[in-house]
Design a protein around this ligand. Structure first.
Ligand code: NAD
Length: 435
């Protein structure tokens, strides 16, 4: 077999599919917060039932001929959670750990995220249960195209717009765009976001999630009367989100005291040279072995003595076990679902300021929205314009969450859910029930 198409360290990092502990079932974790927020909003029982259920769940077989001539059949999912506010928006992940429960949770989070930053999208997510690290580029292309054709009825710029997620990238988006366009008999760039810039992608999209994390961290520090300059930050995960967040925070004067990836954690109380660490990872694909820092276990990064912790790797890393040991004043959730509902209570009692995932990492979908707008208008913006508009949406959303939390005496996560659910519910009330 030739070179694997996608290199990743993201393999089997969670328990087997159906063995999620109650605390770790992502859909239940999402629902627990949803129920709390819906109760405070006094959501009527009809709307409560509507918003608790995904609109559409597709489970499909994806048969593919491997390079050795054998047929393999993978399972693919696409869940459209709610499309009342606009086309469904959400990434596609290729991973052995993909489950329907996880896809449902991620689709719901996308619904709340888009509503929270007030962009005209609903929420979706998709995935194929496969190990892309064990596939050739040609096999990966065949999986992508067959999966795309099997969910093609839902796809479209006006109905369902995928984006990259775990183990999918610009190249995969380019194949989806091509497959969809071949079926439609004309080129449709706006059917996916996160495409290469040469084929209608947006400048600034790659950095957008990390830039959003930097912006909301800066705003949170300011609320606590602290400056970004000199703030000590520890970051778990050094992929797209973690590394860009580290780089941009360091450029604004923060001191990055620790970073980690699947291979290792790195600690330097005086501050890491982020540019140098980035160079190391570009060359060696992992943090392990970096000489100008102490190696620490990667989960220790979360409980270090610092001002801000950014979990930017994966789900369920802050639990009832380690939450009591977190010393940071601020948690900026770069990853989706890094904190369990049980841990939330502990963090609240400790007075830690949490910037919840649906706010903290919304920069990515916001610039995906800009990409969709640019594709549909056929007119492309310079990077400064993209970044300025992103800054304005992130700051506005942060301010709305904080003032809602104060007004209703709730934590920032519940405030974010309340704002989002309120917006989706308002749209349902205006549209009425089609019968
Ligand atoms: P990525 O694959 O580029 O990077 C993930 C990083 O986390 C890698 O450095 C990996 O080694 C590390 N990692 C994995 N498991 C770990 C563990 N147990 N401990 C320490 N490090 C670990 O992924 P990404 O795009 O940066 O996404 C990270 C998270 O952010 C995911 O939850 C994703 O859903 C979320 N997110 C990403 C975007 C985006 O635009 N990329 C947008 C919104 C949310």
């Amino acid at each position: 077999m030739s070179e694997p198409a996608i290199h990743t360290e993201r393999q089997m990092i969670r328990p087997e599919k159906d063995t999620f502990l109650a605390e770790e079932n992502p859909f239940e974790a999402m629902m627990e917060r949803f129920d709390h927020a819906a109760q405070l909003l006094k959501l009527d029982s009809g709307l409560y039932k509507v918003l608790r259920n995904p609109e559409k769940q597709i489970i499909t077989s994806v048969p593919v001929v491997r390079d050795n001539g054998e047929v393999e059949v993978y399972t693919g999912y696409r869940v459209l959670y709610n499309t009342s506010r606009g086309p469904a928006k959400g990434g596609i992940r290729f991973d052995l750990n993909v489950t329907l429960e996880e896809v449902k949770a991620l689709a719901a989070w996308m619904t709340w995220k888009c509503a929270l930053v007030n962009i005209p999208f609903g929420g979706a997510k998709g995935g194929v249960v496969c190990d892309p690290t064990a596939m050739s580029m040609q096999e990966l292309e065949r999986v992508t195209r067959r999966y795309t054709s099997s969910i093609i009825e839902t796809l479209g710029p006006d109905s369902d717009v995928p984006a990259p997620d775990v183990n999918t990238n610009e190249r995969v988006m380019a194949w989806i765009m091509d497959t969809y366009s071949m079926h439609k008999r004309h080129t449709v760039t706006a059917v996916v976001t996160g495409k290469p810039v040469e084929m209608g992608g947006s400048l600034g999209r790659r950095e957008a999630t990390g830039r959003g994390c930097m912006i909301v961290t800066r705003e949170a520090l300011a609320r606590l009367g602290m400056s970004l300059k000199g703030a000590r930050v520890a970051i778990q995960g050094f992929g797209n989100v973690g590394s860009v967040t580290a780089d941009l925070l360091a450029k604004e004067g923060a001191v990055i005291v620790a970073v980690s990836d699947k291979s290792s954690g790195l600690h330097n109380a005086k501050g890491l040279d982020v540019g140098d660490v980035l160079k190391w990872v570009r060359e060696r694909r992992q943090l392990a072995g970096y000489p100008k820092a102490d190696a620490i276990p990667n989960d220790q990064v979360l409980t270090l003595d610092c001002d801000v912790v950014v979990p930017a790797a994966t789900e369920n890393v802050i639990t009832r076990k380690n939450a009591p040991h977190i010393k940071a004043k601020i948690i900026c959730e770069g990853a989706n679902g890094p904190t369990t509902a049980a841990a939330d209570e502990i963090l609240e009692k400790k007075g830690i300021f949490v910037i919840p995932d649906i706010l903290a990492n919304a920069g990515g979908v916001t610039v995906s929205y800009f990409e969709w707008v640019q594709d549909r208008g056929g007119y492309f913006w310079d990077e400064d314009t993209v970044n300025r508009r992103l800054e304005s949406i992130m700051v506005r959303s942060f301010t709305e969450v904080v003032s809602w939390a104060e007004r209703h005496a709730v934590n920032t996560r519940i405030a974010s859910y309340m704002i989002a659910i309120d917006r989706v519910a308002a749209m349902h009330r205006l549209r009425g029930m089609y019968a």
